[in-house]
Write a protein that binds this ligand. Sequence first.
Ligand code: B9F
Length: 123
Amino acid sequence: KSKCILTGLWGNELGSKMQIQQVNEDGSFSGQYRTAVSLAPRPVRPASLNGSQHFDEGGQPTFGFTVNWKSFSDSTTVFTGQCFVDDNGKEILETMWLLREKAKAPQGWEATRVGTNVFTRIK
Ligand code: B9F
């Protein structure tokens, strides 16, 4: 069975795309995230992402990464997930995310959104 390395271009069910550059020996990686959806008044721009993946025996590693939306928003999203490879070599990234919107004061109940995304490889 082939092993999943996160390097490449990925797209999710919302139409968002992310490009992950090479994964370093320690599992760290960086890349760019272009979201297809936004409620921001400013136009969407590519955002940088930084993360870390395991290298496991089975080749279906867990990973996490952070997207800093600073080019158009004050918010931050973290994703965590796992790469699965099926018998045909098709990879999916099953993820969950938390999005923190900048709040005026602590303990706002509304400041954090949660959701899931599934990514497939484009390149
Ligand atoms: O639209 C978001 C935003 C943050 C503060 C003002 C606008 C930024 C883009 C987030 C994109 C999310 C989705 N895209 C994707 O591929 S990250 C998780 C999802 N997966 C209005 C106020 C707070 C949020 C929206 Fe805003």
